[in-house]
Design a protein around this ligand. Structure first.
Ligand code: NAD
Length: 352
């Protein structure tokens, strides 16, 4: 029997395909924009400059200072650049860090956002903004935060380094795994989650072998759109809470932390969400935790928290923080079991 559900459609427009960045000018005009502030990280400045040049006078300025976790002082500098350029919209070209900056600007001045997404993190299709001030990360949600238009051009992902592609792809898969057992899941979110997992499972090994092959790049970007949409549509649980804690309080890198934790969080919840996870478990050989672990190992993903700079002495505190402020999870948050999960993840042990 189909379980009762509620389904809300996101208002964002998605433009997907090789060469689709050429539609950027139309997308800006479609939002009523005449003067766009282009955003990027320092690393992607050259790409941003090239795309800005192709826009002619529609590009009113470039701010290339985006960094991870959206610190408020960077947002303030970007707001000043927005004012100085006389901008009326933002164009974020990059991954979650750059997209986060665009969202932070829109959160403050309601600027329309056009995103050219170049990683698999999924932030471009969520109404969620995480920002940091004085080392504290807080999360806000709201319709003004969701970008209006998202362009996915696989050609812009050909240069995404293999190690970032792998971690970012597993970050996307984590959205799908948690989406499958979300309390507020619906048939569409579950279909998207499963198809996203299938696409990324197929694409990531091919990207490792041939990073500049457009077909797996296209498949991975398609999968990441689906997984990101699931993240934006339904509630997340233990996995995201653990990664938020490890990133926010111990400064671990975002995508790599998701990659390490995913097999362990999936194993923790496997028995409690048996039916919901069955199609995903089938995709990974029957047991989701160990199946994901073997898959991650086969594509050269980071496997242990200790390799990301986590200290063993901090695991007790991490377990305590992750169990604080109770939240819904298919299996209750059991302190001892969470501590054991973190130990396994720290060592890089294969979950059973
Ligand atoms: P990122 O945006 O920091 O990108 C990682 C690095 O890869 C950067 O140096 C970037 O310039 C570079 N890069 C990106 N695309 C490239 C490409 N195609 N070619 C070459 N280099 C490229 O990493 P991320 O994992 O995408 O984002 C992480 C951030 O996003 C975190 O702050 C996280 O909290 C946030 N995030 C937010 C949400 C949300 O819904 N709010 C969802 C996912 C992630």
């Amino acid at each position: 029997m189909v379980a009762p559900f509620r389904y809300t459609v996101s208002a964002a427009q998605v433009i997907f395909g090789s060469g689709s960045v050429s539609r950027l000018a139309d997308a800006i005009a479609g939002q009523g924009g005449k003067h766009a502030l282009i955003l990027s990280t320092p690393h992607q400045k050259a790409d941003a400059q090239r795309i800005a040049a192709s826009l002619g006078p529609l590009a009113a300025g470039l701010f290339d200072g985006a960094v991870m976790h959206t610190p408020i002082d960077v947002t303030e500098r970007a707001m000043a650049a927005y004012e100085k350029a006389g901008a009326d919209c933002v164009v974020a070209i990059g991954g979650g860090s750059t997209i986060g900056l665009g969202k932070a600007i829109a959160y403050r001045n309601d600027a329309p956002q056009i995103v050219v997404a170049t990683t698999y993190a999924g932030s471009e299709v969520t109404p969620i903004l995480g920002q940091t001030e004085n080392g504290q990360k807080t999360t806000v949600r709201g319709p003004g935060i969701l970008p209006e238009v998202v362009i996915y051009d696989p050609e812009l992902t050909l240069g995404l380094p293999v190690n970032i592609s792998v971690s970012s792809g597993l970050n996307a898969m984590a959205h799908a795994v948690e989406g499958l057992y979300a309390q507020d899941r619906n048939p569409i979110s579950s279909m998207m989650a499963l198809e996203g997992l299938r696409a990324l499972k197929q694409a990531l090994p091919q990207i490792v072998n041939a990073p500049r092959d457009i077909e797996p790049r296209s498949e991975a970007l398609y999968g990441s759109w689906l997984c990101g949409t699931v993240l934006g549509a339904v509630g997340m649980a233990l996995h995201h809470k653990l990664c938020h804690t490890l990133g926010g309080s111990f400064d671990l890198p975002h995508a790599e932390t998701h990659a390490v934790i995913l097999p362990h969080s999936a194993a923790y919840n496997a028995a409690a969400a048996l039916d919901a996870l069955k199609p995903a478990a089938d995709l990974f050989g029957g047991l989701l935790g160990s199946g994901l672990y073997d898959f991650a190992a086969s594509i050269g993903a980071p496997m242990a928290l200790r390799d990301l700079g986590m200290k063993e002495a901090d695991l007790d505190l991490a377990a305590e923080l992750a169990a604080r402020n109770p939240y819904w999870n298919p299996r209750p948050i059991e302190g001892k079991a969470i501590r054991a999960l973190l130990q396994s993840a720290w060592e890089g042990a294969r979950p059973r």
